[in-house]
Design a binder for this molecule. Structure first.
Ligand SMILES: [Zn+2]
Length: 362
């Protein structure tokens, strides 16, 4: 596969991919279509194949451009279910040389075994392991490059022409979205469902939201979305399957995607009165894929309990916070961020000491 990097976009010409059609068929056989149960088998097959092509491009990009910085493992390499169950993510990624991935893989396989239905749900234990080791859970979202995008950017179909391709990419970035699914509901029948409606629904389901209204409620709901969202990183890929071309448009971390500026979007489902709900941001806001290693340059995440003192912790299994429910645990992306909160000003002696780099502070 030939991949070039231009303007922080990865462009791939993938020629004839060695794709295992039997795997695609297996997935199609087992896929429960939550979104469009009316879709025919062929259509599901081309969607699954499209997803696999996109994953392959991302994997090849990591190997060719970021091999010395990022290590990765695909969900397909981890899964032990004969492709029977719905995948909760596509890749694990981490800073090369920093993580023993085996316990995390084993934990995910246990989660798959323990899933009673077809929708694998990562356990709190697995998510804590990933968080503590700074392993990011990534999802690749792929879309076919539509004719209107080609037409509006004046694209003639020549992917060798750098200027034409740039215009096409700009058109995609200005028109399309990056998105994820909401936690509290994924579809509504109302035509004018708003973020306020969604916040009220969240309030009905989550007692801890009771005291809040208005802006504060919206903020708290979005915090819960970040906590419940299992994927840390979303990677966006656009494909032209006929021309065998693919473009990695960029990535966004979940905290950025689900920040205060996020929009709730309704999409009519074909042939139904229901609307699918998404949280979206414009693709123009994504980060270039070559900047992905920056994810691992920040300080390690730290944690704090909402019930106790002003200490923050670097391990979620520290004896002082391990009984705090995952949803209630405060998570900061760095020590600096915890201190900026104003309340959590001190390192926990217990877990920072055990980490071996305690610098005597606090
Ligand atoms: Zn601690």
């Amino acid at each position: 596969m030939q991949i070039t990097l231009f303007d922080h976009i990865a462009g791939a010409y993938y020629g004839d991919l060695r794709m295992d059609d039997s795997i695609v068929e297996q997935i199609v056989d087992h896929t429960e279509e939550t979104w469009q149960p009316d879709r025919r088998d062929e259509e599901r097959g081309s969607n699954t194949r499209q997803g696999k092509v996109a994953e392959e491009i991302v994997e090849q990009f990591f190997l060719q451009f970021l091999e010395d910085k990022i290590a990765m493992k695909s969900y397909d390499d981890i899964r032990n279910d004969d492709f029977e169950k719905h995948a909760p993510f596509d890749f694990l990624i981490w800073k090369k040389g920093t993580v023993d991935i085996k316990p995390i893989v084993a934990s995910i396989q246990r989660d798959i075994d323990n899933t009673p239905n077809n929708f694998v749900h990562l356990s709190e234990y697995t998510r804590r392991l990933c968080k503590d080791a700074n392993v990011k859970i990534a999802e690749v979202k792929s879309t076919q490059i539509r004719e209107d995008l080609k037409r509006n950017s004046g694209f003639s179909g020549n992917y060798e022409d750098g200027n034409e391709v740039r215009k096409l990419i700009n058109e995609i970035k200005s028109k399309d979205d990056i998105f994820c699914y909401p936690y509290f509901t994924r579809s509504v029948s109302s035509r004018d469902y708003s973020m306020e409606d969604y916040c009220q629904l969240a309030k009905q389901q989550e007692n801890s939201l009771n005291p809040f209204t208005g802006e504060k409620l919206r903020k708290m709901v979005l915090e819960l979305e970040v906590i419940h969202q299992c994927c840390d990183v979303f990677i966006r890929v656009y494909l032209d399957l006929t021309a065998k071309r693919g473009f990695i448009i960029g990535w966004l971390g979940k905290e950025h995607l689900l920040d205060y500026e996020v929009r709730l979007k309704r999409m009519p489902k074909r042939g139904k009165s229901e609307n699918a709900l998404y949280f979206t941001k414009k693709l123009s806001e994504v980060e270039g894929i070559d900047t992905l290693p920056e994810l691992f340059e920040e300080g390690l995440a730290v944690y704090a309990s909402p019930y106790t003192t002003n200490f923050y912790h670097c391990k979620t299994d520290c004896k002082y916070i391990r009984n705090v429910k995952w949803e209630e645990l405060k998570v900061f992306t760095s020590e600096e961020q915890a201190r900026q909160d104003g309340r959590y000003t001190k390192r926990c002696l217990n877990c920072f000491d055990n980490r071996g780099d305690y610098d005597g502070e606090s």
